[in-house]
Write a protein that binds this ligand. Structure first.
Ligand SMILES: *Cc1c(COP(=O)(O)O)cnc(C)c1O
Ligand SMILES: [Zn+2]
Length: 418
């Protein structure tokens, strides 16, 4: 079945590797070369979009519907209406790491299920509905599970979510509470993903949209809103540098694509931008390839506390390399201790409590400044993609009450509080 979406600017699915074209169906890999498929748009439809039109739209990602493949008609949306999250000026953080230019934190933990995944899921499931699917699913490193289960609950559509069995309790509970099926798989995320790929080929799953498998091209487009939104919040201006966490690498490539589109259709003026990628030491296949000057990604077995980023065989890795090389950015990685420090540094300087992925990104930002790869004087946006309360164990051992006193003035005085 082809996507039913009235007024959608999407034109076709195009292979990112060989440029073969396909209709807008539920397919994610090219039949000719197995390359990943991406949504292509009608250039004239995009060129008609204006700032005024977007500004008059709803206070969520759907203000960018004229630039997305699905959800133009509100009645066709499957959505928790995420987006328009705070862009926080982070002067104290900038000072702490030696930056003199303006630093912003895009705090995408402020979404309905507390991560940027609500953006991609809203777009994927709106497309899935237009493609006739009647059940929602995903392979998840944690946050996607939360979001798919919540979207299913809101829409009254059954969901079945697959996760690695050793996920943080804070991500298991915040998925299970929505009441769908939750399958803990005895393996890594990459095993979960492979299983989900096999399930989509079975008759029993014919009615099921796996947001990041068979409808992945639509899912990926949702990430563009994190680029559009930053540009709009800066007063229709591009930042000079962005620092983005990478799991599959998709988010990074789509923020870059969003900036390109905005320039192409004339919604912002061209200003060169550099894209920087962040991974953890325990799972850095994309950064390793960049540092080695390699064209291909060698898969790894992920370890470490940044579980939401633990994809050892990243689907968009080579395209993330391409974005970073083309724009003159760089990538780096953070150890578990540096991730914990990053979480505390961000919280204590901006009042934003990030999950481990945010700790990775802030730690890598700091490293990039120290190594001179990132210009400390240029306007920079660092993306926090998830909420600290979901991975509270990461820092629970190192922060706590600074004092413990009996409930009396005397005790307070003895403890040095007055
Ligand atoms: C999924 C996820 C990412 C990375 O997403 P990709 O598009 O797969 O690179 C980053 N941060 C958090 C918190 C995530 O859950
Ligand atoms: Zn191809």
């Amino acid at each position: 079945m082809t996507l039913l979406a009235v007024a959608s600017p999407a034109r076709a699915l195009v292979c990112r590797a060989c440029a073969a074209e396909y209709p807008l169906i539920a397919q994610h890999a090219c039949y000719q070369c197995f390359g990943p498929l991406e949504v292509a748009y009608d250039a004239e439809a995009l060129a008609r979009v204006t700032r005024e039109q977007i500004e008059a739209g709803p206070q969520n990602i759907w203000r960018y519907a004229p630039l997305l493949p699905a959800g133009q008609d509100p009645a066709t949306r499957v959505s928790l209406d995420p987006g328009l999250t705070p862009l926080v000026r982070a002067d104290a953080l900038a000072r702490a790491i030696g930056m003199t230019g303006t630093l912003w934190v895009k705090d995408d933990s402020a979404n309905p299920t507390h991560s940027f995944k609500d953006r991609v899921v809203s777009v994927a499931l709106s497309a899935a509905k237009g493609l006739g699917f009647t059940r929602f699913a995903c392979a998840s490193t944690g946050n996607l599970a939360n979001s798919v289960a919540a979207h299913g609950a809101r829409a009254g559509v059954p969901s079945i979510v697959f996760i690695p069995y050793d996920l943080e309790q804070g991500k298991v509970v915040t998925t299970a509470v929505y009441g769908g099926q939750l399958v803990a798989v005895e393996g890594s995320y990459d095993d979960v993903n492979r299983l989900c790929g096999e399930l989509t080929e079975t008759d029993a799953f014919e009615d099921t949209a796996f947001v990041n498998v068979n409808v992945r091209p639509y899912y990926a487009e949702g990430s563009k809103t994190l680029g559009y939104e930053v540009a709009e919040q800066l007063g229709w201006r591009l930042p000079e540098q962005v620092v983005i966490p990478m799991a599959s690498g998709e988010l990074l490539t789509k923020v870059d694509k969003a900036f390109e589109e905005l320039v192409e259709i004339g919604l912002v003026e061209h200003r060169p931008w550099k894209v920087f990628g962040a991974q953890s030491e325990g799972c850095k296949p994309i950064a390793t390839a960049l540092h080695a000057g390699a064209e291909d990604i060698t898969p790894v077995k992920p370890t470490g506390i940044a579980k939401s980023l633990n994809i050892g065989d990243p689907a968009a890795g080579v395209y993330a390399l391409e974005s970073v090389r083309r724009t003159g950015g760089w990538m780096d990685s953070a150890t578990d201790d540096e991730i914990r420090e990053g979480i505390e540094l961000l919280a204590s300087t901006t009042g934003v409590f990030a999950e481990t992925a945010g700790g990775v990104t802030v730690a890598v930002l700091k490293k990039l400044v120290a190594s001179g790869k990132l210009d400390p004087a240029a306007e920079t946006v660092v993306y926090n993609t998830g909420e600290g309360l979901k991975t509270v164990d990461a820092v629970a051992g190192q922060v706590g009450p600074t004092h413990q006193v009996k409930p009396s003035l005397r005790a307070a005085r003895e403890a040095g509080l007055l």
